[in-house]
Design a binder for this molecule. Structure first.
Ligand SMILES: C[S@@+](CC[C@H](N)C(=O)[O-])C[C@H]1O[C@@H](n2cnc3c(N)ncnc32)[C@H](O)[C@@H]1O
Length: 341
């Protein structure tokens, strides 16, 4: 470090560091040709006019993966997101750039995606080559069946509302027509139209070919907090019961109370202590990470003064940030597992 750098206040040095490591997100948004075709435009118009906020959240997360493409290779993300969601997020990122923000819009999503990718691969490895099923509950516009090679021996089940899955299938068809190189990386893929608030949802999954006795990875990414407490607990209990039948891994993100209870929040279920909740339901091993932890930053959170790194310094019991009185909003990335004795 030079003499002049040594004399600078820490904040100033950090600001410089943050601009020097600004993520490589394109300044001009490029809209791919496939989004310009009449058929695809119509599908996205129907999403904009007919879907509610819950269904549209599927396209918002796809937009995150599309714009963080320097770290996530998702061949379908732009197509799944649609122009409106891409533009909305791109504007936010440009504003962050102008304001030299410490956290760039979409970074949580990028970290979350990479964390789930890594943990899915590790869970499948833990089955030592035995057959496995991967169930994506609230799959939305998840394209893992087309982008993760580790799924090549797995049966994948994508569960979501019927409208979402129908449009998704049509978008994939459009992609196949326009690009020959799109290949499924999963061994097989079944889309199952289910509302997981429905008591019968697990029976419907079985009718679609899910086998309760086969090793299973349950992926609940960006879904639990849209459910009520009772609904979320029912889903978690049902998955926990499967630990007694076969090797079961649950990967899920949980909001803490301050995150789910912000004014005008659309979220409901939260847990401040998932590592206590999940064993009480029947999972034996639970590991919790927070955005910014060594296994949940992927080199994307350089600035030590950003929100996530600051939260990591505070005890998890803190609900309000002592520096500025803002709520301590945390997202927990949780892996839990269990198997028959
Ligand atoms: C935020 S998106 C996450 C999508 C995907 N997991 C991802 O990370 O990209 C939430 C998804 O959950 C779906 N969803 C919400 N409530 C649901 C329910 N009760 N049954 C089935 N799907 C649901 C929504 O339609 C939406 O696609």
């Amino acid at each position: 470090m030079s003499e002049t750098e040594k004399q600078k206040p820490q904040e100033e040095q950090v600001e410089e560091k943050s601009s020097a490591t600004w993520p490589d997100i394109e300044e001009e948004l490029v809209i791919p040709d496939v989004l310009q075709s009449e058929g695809v435009k119509k599908l996205h118009m129907s999403i904009q006019s007919e879907w509610d906020y819950l269904q549209k959240s599927a396209c918002q997360t796809a937009a995150g993966r599309a714009l963080w493409k320097h770290v996530i290779h998702d061949p379908l993300a732009h197509l799944f997101a649609g122009e409106t969601h891409l533009r909305n997020l791109h504007i936010k990122i440009q504003n962050d750039r102008v304001n030299n923000a410490r956290e760039v819009s979409g970074v949580i999503l990028a970290v979350r995606t990479l964390w789930f990718d890594t943990r899915i691969q590790a869970a499948l490895d833990s089955f030592h080559g035995d057959a496995a099923q991967v169930v994506l509950l609230g799959a939305g516009m998840d394209a893992r069946s087309y982008r993760l090679n580790c799924l090549n021996k797995s049966e994948v089940f994508e569960v979501d509302f019927s409208d979402v899955l129908q449009v998704k299938a049509s978008l994939v068809e459009a992609a196949v027509k326009s690009r020959e190189e799109l290949k499924m990386t999963a061994k097989s893929l079944v889309r199952v139209a289910i509302d997981i608030r429905d008591n019968e949802w697990f029976d419907k999954l079985k009718k679609s070919g899910f086998l309760p006795e086969v090793n299973t990875v349950w992926v609940l990414e960006g879904i639990l907090y849209y459910l009520s407490h009772t609904e979320a607990m029912q889903v978690l209990k049902l998955i926990a019961e499967k630990c007694a039948v076969t090797s079961t891994v649950l990967l899920a993100d949980f909001m803490n109370k301050p995150s789910a209870t912000l004014p005008n929040s659309v979220f409901d279920f939260y847990s401040d202590w998932p590592e206590q909740l999940l064993p009480s339901l029947g999972f034996s091993n639970v590991k919790l990470s927070q955005i910014g932890d060594p296994d949940a930053n992927f080199g994307l959170l350089h600035n030590p003064l950003n929100l996530f790194n600051k939260l990591l310094q505070l005890p998890r019991t803190a609900q309000i940030h002592p520096d500025d009185g803002t709520p301590c909003c945390r997202l927990y990335l949780v892996e839990a597992s269990g198997s028959p004795p």
